[in-house]
Ligand binder design. Structure first.
Ligand SMILES: Nc1ncnc2c1ncn2[C@@H]1O[C@H](COP(=O)(O)OP(=O)(O)O)[C@@H](O)[C@H]1O
Ligand SMILES: Nc1nc2c(ncn2[C@H]2C[C@H](O)[C@@H](COP(=O)(O)O)O2)c(=O)[nH]1
Length: 207
């Protein structure tokens, strides 16, 4: 890779993005950018009534990620320093397309493109796939009270939306390397060899 890479870990809710990004940052001595979740004022309201709160929530995520990405560009990308993030800003579009309807969806789509089209996109995406039972188990293990409201059907739709989004990113951004990690076969938390294999593959890609 000619320049220092911008790496993103992606996957549906509870797949293990923050866990893997943190482990890899430790192993490869990289700065890590993490999603801010706990201070989000709309998430609990959203899970209680998605139709009422989706626009506020999606805009909040978009503005926060936009600011975080601007800071990441200034601190790392423009200075040629590699960095790993536990999300790709494209996830705003994945969620927005799922939770918004009608004119709000169209307006949100336009705002997303205005804000993000000229910003750098990750060079490497580590995409963690996991099935519904695994996600439900991990969300329960994490124990955030507001996530008890997450409907399995919503999660299943997101699993499918993520697969479609990664296929679309592979087509529209062929220079982005997408490494798919099959959460059924690979367990980077419980199995050290699995983690080492992912870390080694990433080191190779970063050369
Ligand atoms: N491979 C794994 N095996 C077992 N538990 C995991 C694994 N990956 C993540 N977890 C656990 O699942 C929960 C959700 O993981 P997290 O990294 O927060 O997911 P995400 O950032 O994708 O929402 C956490 O409690 C974490 O410790
Ligand atoms: N509607 C949206 N919800 C989002 C978005 N990004 C994250 N989330 C939710 C999902 C989880 O409850 C929580 C943390 O996400 P993780 O994937 O890190 O577990 O926030 C979004 O853009 N829209």
């Amino acid at each position: 890779m000619k320049h220092a890479p911008f790496i993103a870990v992606e996957g549906p809710i509870g797949a293990g993005k923050t866990t893997l990004a943190t482990m890899l940052a430790g192993e490869l001595q990289l700065p890590v950018i993490k999603e801010i979740v706990e201070e989000n004022p709309f998430l609990d309201k959203f899970y209680q009534n998605m139709d009422d709160w989706s626009f506020q929530l999606e805009m909040f995520f978009l503005c926060n990620r936009y600011k975080q990405l601007e800071d990441t560009v200034y601190q790392y990308i423009d200075k040629g320093k590699p960095v790993i993030s536990d999300y790709h800003i494209y996830k705003n579009l994945i969620f927005g397309e799922r939770t918004l309807k009608g004119t709000k969806r169209e307006k949100y789509r336009q705002i997303y493109h205005v804000l993000t089209d000229d910003l750098p996109k990750p060079d490497i995406i580590l995409y963690i796939r996991a099935d519904l039972d695994t996600l439900l188990e991990r969300i329960a293990k994490r124990g955030r009270p507001f996530e008890e409201e997450i409907a399995p059907a919503y999660l299943q739709q997101l699993i499918e939306d993520y697969d479609a989004a990664m296929a679309s990113l592979a087509l529209t951004g062929p220079s982005t390397v997408i490494v798919t990690i099959d959460g059924k076969q690979v367990d980077f938390v419980e199995n050290q060899e699995d983690f080492t294999a992912i870390a080694s593959q990433l080191k190779e890609l970063m050369k």
